[in-house]
Design a protein around this ligand. Sequence first.
Ligand SMILES: [Zn+2]
Length: 375
Amino acid sequence: MDTVKRGEPLLAVLERAGMPRDEATRALLASDAIDARKIRAGTTVTSTISADSGAAEVVLQLAIDRLVRFTRTASATWAGKEERLPWSTDTVVVGGTVTSTLTAAIASGAEAFPSNVRSEVAYALADILEYRVDLSRDLRTGDSIKVLIERQRASNGAVRAGEVIAARLTIDGRPVETMRFAQGTKVAYYDGDGKSMRAAFLRAPLAFRRISSVFGLRRHPILGTVRAHQGMDYAAPRGTPVRALGDGTVIFAGWKGGYGRVLEIRHRNGFVTRYGHLNGFASGIRRGTSVSIARTVAYVGTTGLSTAPHLHFEVLVGGKHRDPRVALRNVTGEPLAAGLRSTFIQLKTRLFSRLDATPTPAKVAGVAVANPNGD
Ligand SMILES: [Zn+2]
C-alpha cells in the first residue's frame, strides 16, 4: 500500500504503483471522468500487478465511499473509472448510563458504530442540544442517554452515522427530549413539548466538539481560590473559538486586571455575558459591534490571572452574577404552529416508543465525568 504525496501528479502515482508511463498517460486521457485535482495527498493507493497472469489493478481510495479503479483489460490497455459504493440505511438505538464522557455513553451501542463514529454521534447530539444543555458541564455520573439514529453501511464494511431521529437525556432526573420533525421541506429539531430546540441563547460559549478533546483535563486551571470565583471555567486549547452566547452588542473588548483580555456582550433583557483570559478578539470585534448568536467573537487564551489556557465565563443579569444554568433554564424556542400539533404528537409517540422498547444497555466502564465539580 502506498499514499499520494503532497503536490504529486497523478501520473507519477500511477507509475509508482507499477503502471508503465505511456499506459498510465493513455489511461488518464481515456478516463476524463477522473478529476486528478480531487486526488488529495494521503489518498491510499493499492496495487495488484502480476507480471505472469496479466491480472492487474490499481485502486485509489478517494473517500470512505469513493474510489478510482484502474484495471488492465485483456487487450493489455489500462482503463480507469470512479466508483461510488452504495449505502444502506437502517435505524439503531444507542446510549446508556453516563459514567464518563458522552462518547463513552454512546459506546453502549458498541456494535452499532465503530469508535470513531461514536464521537461523531456525540457531536451531532451536542449540536442539536446546544441551546438547551451544556453537554460539557451538565452531564453527571448516573445520567442517561438514548439516541434513535440512522446508521449507514457500505458494502466494504464502512459505517457512518446519519441523522439523529430522536433522543432522550435524563440529566439530574429531568428528561430532555428532542426529535426531528419536518414541515414540508423544512426539517428541524423540537423538544417533547413541540418547542423549537433553537433559542435566544446557546448554553455554552465553546462548541462541544472543540472541547471534548480535553475531557481528560479536569484539574481547575487556576491554582486554588485566587479570588472569589463567580463564573465557569472551560479548559480548552489556546486559540479555540469563543462564540457569542446570544445576539447582542459588544460593550467592552480590552484588558481588565485579573481577567486579562476580556470581552463583554450586552444582550436583551438585561443579560450581559463576559469572556475572560482571551488570547485575542475575532476581527471586527470592538466596543459597539453588533454580534449574532454563535458568531466567533474571540479566542481562548491564558491572559491575566491564569496558569493554563481556559475560558472564564460569566453571566450577569441586571448587573448581578448568575449561574448560567439557572439564568437560562427557561429560555426555550418557539412552539410549533397549533395546526401541526396532532401530527407532531403522533410521530413523537411512534419514535419514543421505539426508543423505549430498546432496553437500556449496560453501564460503560470509564473515567470520571468531565468537569464534575462544575466550578
Ligand atoms: Zn474562572
